[in-house]
Design a protein around this ligand. Sequence first.
Ligand SMILES: C[S@@+](CC[C@H](N)C(=O)[O-])C[C@H]1O[C@@H](n2cnc3c(N)ncnc32)[C@H](O)[C@@H]1O
Length: 215
Amino acid sequence: MVLPSDQDRLYFPATERNRGPIGDALAEILPEHGAVLEIASGSGEHAITFQQRFPGILWQASDSDPEHCKSINAWIEHECLSDQMPQALCLDVLDSPWPLPKQIRVQLKVVVAINLIHISPWTCCKSLIEKASENLPIGGRLILYGPFRRNGSHTSLSNETFDQSLRDRNLLWGVRDLEAVEKLCFDLEFKNMHVQELPANNLIISASKAVRSDR
Ligand SMILES: C[S@@+](CC[C@H](N)C(=O)[O-])C[C@H]1O[C@@H](n2cnc3c(N)ncnc32)[C@H](O)[C@@H]1O
């Protein structure tokens, strides 16, 4: 086994600014116990912060990028959380099925993705919601955080500029329409959509998994 080194720890500056507001919003949504699967955890800074803030939760971080998985594991080690939280899962949101360990599958209550759906193709957003619906139990929650367009328009000039910069980097990326994401959620058996505005023109949206006749 190769132990993660301190040099593996990546720093994503935005996580320092948004971990507080996202954590406060999560405090209103997360259950006391059960497993949370975080898709696209990036550096792992959110994962260790939220594992510390919500000790009753088993926080399973994941990412498709092996360097990011290394960073997540290095942060876990650095924060002495190895006894409390599992090692990062190398999981691509497009994987079918998601390779969840049994320990997570049986306790899964929440799937969360922070800043993923605008920095990946729309197929990733579709797969995220589809697989979340497949893996969550009834009443389980899907939580998404990031910038969104509302009613066909950007909510700020900075989001519009950011959207253009994303599209310049990759034609398949871009700030998503809240209504399109909501429709996808609804079509895939999520209900009770809740939308909250967070600083810097971001939203956190959450919805719970319903049975078909429950919506
Ligand atoms: C902008 S970063 C966000 C990271 C972290 N959630 C945060 O807010 O700091 C986007 C992350 O999505 C991951 N990602 C991109 N495509 C993915 C995919 N298909 N499946 C899983 N993760 C993916 C990238 O590796 C990266 O870590």
